[in-house]
Design a binder for this molecule. Structure first.
Ligand SMILES: [Zn+2]
Length: 266
């Protein structure tokens, strides 16, 4: 340690030397005040998955982040990876696209928050899912462009389930693989992850009875990437309840934003 005065910039350059500097695109999931001038930001990055980073000086008017650290914004970042449990250090963030729905419509804002919550809860720090990043980016963009909210949210949920290996079985019994062709109501195992035939249903925990119309709507939405089709009003409420219940089982508790998804335009 030498005794001459270091400007902050010099000290910074020295510390960069022993850490890996990474560049990627990211979606801002969460911002928490850390000190008077800094905050801790949770990002879902394209190349490194979820990242928790300290943004020093982010709360000062003239920071290296120039107001880019806005909830749900798409940003291009540079960060320094720390080892073990230490927070990474965010050194740069440039805004690519702000999530504008916040100023337009509550239902869109809530849908955006829900996307962020799903990403934060369903993925692990440092576990990359580039396709999920693309799906999330497209979803936020679609919400901003005025796409139908319930259909857009459902498409993202199904994409996330598929890409993270949690897609429920919707046509065959999740236990024995026999086709389940339900009229009326179909048993759906929340814990085992899918529909059940009458033979496999007994003794299973977390089984709910779902209308065959909702199962059919889910199956159709899962196989058809086009989000344009409108969900029927009668199906919509039950479908929301099933998805909310299923994600609660996956995460281990009810998602905070799921109850706000029924909010209509306005
Ligand atoms: Zn079965």
């Amino acid at each position: 340690m030498n005794t001459t005065h270091h400007s902050p910039a010099t000290t910074h350059a020295v510390s960069i030397h022993c850490m890996a500097s990474e560049k990627t695109r990211a979606i801002v999931l969460k911002l928490v005040e850390f000190s008077e001038s800094s905050c801790v930001v949770t990002l879902f990055t394209e190349d490194f998955g979820k990242v928790g980073a300290l943004a020093k000086g982010a709360r000062r008017p003239k920071s290296a982040f120039e107001g880019a650290l806005d909830l749900l914004a798409l940003v291009r970042i540079v960060f320094l990876r720390k080892s073990a449990d230490a927070l990474d250090l965010l050194t740069e963030a440039k805004l690519e696209r702000r999530f504008r729905s916040a100023q337009r419509e509550l239902a869109r804002l809530y849908a955006g928050y829900y996307v962020a919550e799903l990403l934060a809860e369903l993925t692990d720090t440092g576990d990359p899912h580039p396709e999920l990043f693309v799906a999330a980016d497209q979803t936020l963009f679609a919400l901003d462009q005025g796409a139908a909210v319930p259909e857009t949210v459902l498409q993202f949920e199904l994409a996330a389930l598929r890409l993270l290996g949690h897609m429920p079985s919707l046509a065959e019994c999740v236990v024995c693989g026999r086709p389940v062709v339900g009229e009326g109501r179909v048993p759906f195992g929340m814990t085992v992850g899918g529909v059940l035939c009458e033979n496999c249903r007994p003794g299973k925990r977390g089984v709910v009875s779902v209308s065959s119309g909702v199962i059919a709507a889910l199956r159709q939405a899962a196989t058809d990437a086009e989000a344009g089709r409108e969900l029927e009003g009668s199906t919509r409420g039950e479908l929301r309840a099933v998805m909310s219940n299923y994600f609660a089982h996956l995460v281990g508790r009810r998602l905070r934003m799921s109850e706000y998804l029924g909010v209509q335009a306005g």
